[in-house]
Design a binder for this molecule. Sequence first.
Ligand code: ZN
Length: 83
Amino acid sequence: MSNIDDLLIEKEIIQKDVRDMKNVENKNKLLEEIDKIDKTIIKLCDHDIITDYIDTMFPYREGIMIQYCKNCEISKKLIDLNK
Ligand SMILES: [Zn+2]
C-alpha cells in the first residue's frame, strides 16, 4: 500500500521525466499520471492549509496570495475541486 510520501516521490520522478521529455504525446500521458497521483494524495492527506504571499515583479510589487497544504504541497484550489 502506498502512502503519501511514496506518492510525492513518485510524482517528483514523473515531473522530472516531463521536464526532460520532448515527445508531446508521451508528455500528456505523464501529466495524466500526475493528475491521478494528485487525486489519490488529495484523498489520503490530512490537509493542513497555509496561506503564503508571492511578490510580483516590479513595478506592481503586490503580494499574490496563495493557499496550499503544507503536507502535500497541493494548492487549496485543486483540493477543493477534488473533494
Ligand atoms: Zn494535503
